[in-house]
Design a protein around this ligand. Sequence first.
Ligand SMILES: [Zn+2]
Length: 154
Amino acid sequence: MNIGRYGVVVCTKCGNAKGVDLGTKTTKCPHCRRRLIINKLTVFYRSDSQKNIAQVVGELNAKIRDAEMPDKKSNPPDAYTLALKESRSGSNERERLIIIGRVLSRELGSFDKKDLEIIISRRGTGEIEEIIDVLKKSDLFYEPKPGTFKAVET
Ligand SMILES: [Zn+2]
């Protein structure tokens, strides 16, 4: 049993580890803002060194994330992830955009500016108007209603 002024606890709400000063009564979780009453929590590690505490917090949070990974992996990739992944086979930007449009149509039924904005934010590149322009000019997409796009069945 180790003793020390600081301890490592795990938030009861979000499950993230955090270092606390065991001399205080409450602490606030930096991840979910929940107020935690320290003497009601399990202290996983104690030390007088804040550096040690920070290290243990980091290791524990990494372990918690790893433990959550299998779940995340078993979830099917979302439409945006698929669109971006498949678009890598396009040999130029126009082809890549068309693939993205097709995958979004296939996965979502149709897509609109909001979906393209998610794509742009994930890619970190692109202009919404330019993308729509490319899709419209390709003749491979139509607008079932204004602002909504769908790939032409081929
Ligand atoms: Zn929390």
